[in-house]
Design a protein around this ligand. Structure first.
Ligand SMILES: *Cc1c(COP(=O)(O)O)cnc(C)c1O
Length: 479
């Protein structure tokens, strides 16, 4: 038959699992990032696919031969760039089951297990994070697993557009955007919001960049109030405010409760983007990350960033379970279904843009099952402790300085300068290059007020104090 038999799969599966385990065990024998010329990997392929089959037993070593010197190793414990992505081995076991089920969870009836596990797991996680009961499926709202925080922002915006506009022409669903819709962000908001605004057809004018409180990177609620009042006065339609908790660049946060109060004055949707930081609410001492979220319409956080879950798994909770289906549901005859019509079930196709969907909840369930909330808290706390220790060392060092207050497991630093400038920009750029050139760690850069900054984001499950010491030696040898 044109596939493996279950017995062949069993035998090959063991080989593949061995290859994965060997590769993880050997990560530190490789640089975090290979030095590779563009086109290197493609040049190793024939122009045409082979007619004849080849033995799959050799496939792991073939992949290694073709891509093994052209990797950026996200699972390497020296990877502290961007926000690390936790493809934990625990979650990979869940991924295997998810792929094996091969289920399409578009409607409840096309995979009741896929839908109800997702509902149960998102409810459990909402409670574990301390979200208000309204965000659970039993409380009138609900959670959904999106592929990414970018998709979460886009569907939140579409729900907001629908809710904001009911008019004689049938509202947004019938007539599309009018050009008067406005979305409020800051210069620190993730670029995915600008992309969502573009994708939704609002145009660049639809995006209003609100000022931050002077001396901070947090949205100024007075400036938001003024901007929304001005827009409303000019006949424009305030649709959505995005509050970020833990910005990508520096980990800064907007004052969610204050922004929610302003947004409510215009019946605008408040979306909270806590893609990286949100999962920290599992720990009591970091519960501040959900302050004010009880007043939001939607909340997003990414287990694929810092919660031991292989990409892709982005959690989106909405307060009103009807909001996403109201904006997104379209039912052609081939999707008509008795269970859907009964109103007793969730059809997740109406909570996302694509129709088909994978059984993503299995990998999250595997993580919850295998680690427990206590394991997840220990994972988060371990990285926060590393960051706290790194910040202490930087404060005590002559050649380095903190460029922003540490937030959770994120440290922004720069090379110290002399005089009033506070830091030496050229030295900071050189330091980042020299540190990354070692291949033992990978850091990424950003800018604060137009000046270069080095980011260290701890988040890999295998990163421990030995890796902190290693990073410190590399940083201080080159500073
Ligand atoms: C990483 C990040 C995103 C984008 O996340 P994806 O899941 O990759 O789309 C959005 N917002 C913030 C604050 C982020 O840090």
């Amino acid at each position: 038959m044109p596939d493996l038999t279950p017995d062949e799969f069993r035998a090959l599966g063991h080989l593949f699992v061995d290859a994965v385990a060997d590769s993880r065990a050997g990560l530190e024998r490789h640089p975090v990032r290979d030095d590779v010329e563009p086109g290197t990997v493609r040049a190793r392929f024939d122009t045409h696919a082979a007619d004849a089959p080849s033995p799959l037993a050799a496939f792991p070593s073939l992949v290694e031969a073709v891509t093994g010197d052209a990797e950026t190793r996200w699972q390497h414990p020296g990877f502290h760039a961007f926000f690390p992505a936790n493809a934990s081995l625990t979650s990979l076991l869940g991924e295997l089951l998810s792929g094996a089920a091969g289920a399409q969870g578009m409607l409840w009836s096309t995979s009741p297990g896929c839908t109800e596990v997702e509902q149960a797991i998102t409810d459990q996680l909402a409670r574990a994070l301390g979200l208000a009961e309204e965000f659970t499926h039993t409380g009138g709202g609900g959670g959904v697993i999106q592929d990414s925080a970018s998709s979460a922002s886009l569907v939140a915006l579409l729900a907001a557009l629908h809710r904001a506009a009911s008019d004689p022409e049938g509202g947004w669903r019938a007539r599309g955007v009018t050009g008067r819709e406005r979305v409020y962000v800051t210069a620190e908001t993730h670029s995915s919001l600008a992309k969502a605004v573009r994708a939704a057809g609002l145009g660049a004018r639809g995006l209003r960049t609100v000022a931050c409180t002077p001396g901070t990177r947090s949205m100024d609620s007075d400036a938001l109030r003024a901007a929304m009042a001005q827009d409303a006065g000019a006949g424009l339609l305030p649709v959505l405010v995005c509050a970020t908790v833990g910005t990508t660049s520096t980990g800064a946060s907007d004052p969610v409760a204050a922004l929610a109060a302003v947004a409510a004055g215009h019946r605008a949707w408040l979306h909270v983007d806590a893609a990286w930081a949100g999962v920290a609410a599992l720990c009591d001492e970091h519960r501040w990350v959900i302050d004010g979220v009880e007043r939001a319409d939607s909340f997003c956080t990414d287990p694929h960033k810092w919660l031991l879950t292989a990409f892709d798994a982005s959690l989106l909770w909405v307060r009103d379970a009807a909001a996403l289906p109201a904006a997104l549901s379209i039912t052609p005859p081939y999707l008509r279904d008795a269970a859907s019509e009964s109103g007793a079930v969730v059809d997740y196709r109406d909570w996302q843009l694509p129709l088909g969907r994978r059984f993503r909840a299995l990998k999250l369930w595997a993580v919850l099952h295998g680690q427990g909330l206590s394991g997840l808290r220990a994972h988060l706390r371990g990285h926060v402790a590393l960051a706290t220790e790194l910040a202490e060392r930087i404060r005590a060092h002559d050649g380095l300085e903190l460029a922003a207050d540490p937030v959770l497991a994120l440290i922004c630093l720069r090379a110290s300068g002399t005089g009033s400038t506070g830091g030496d920009d050229d030295a900071t750029r050189t330091l980042l290059d020299r540190v990354n050139a070692t291949g033992r760690v990978l850091l990424s850069g950003t800018e604060i007020d137009g000046r270069p900054v080095i980011r260290v984001a701890f988040g890999n499950p295998a990163t421990g104090t030995g890796h902190l010491d290693d990073l410190w030696t590399i940083l201080t040898d080159r500073a």
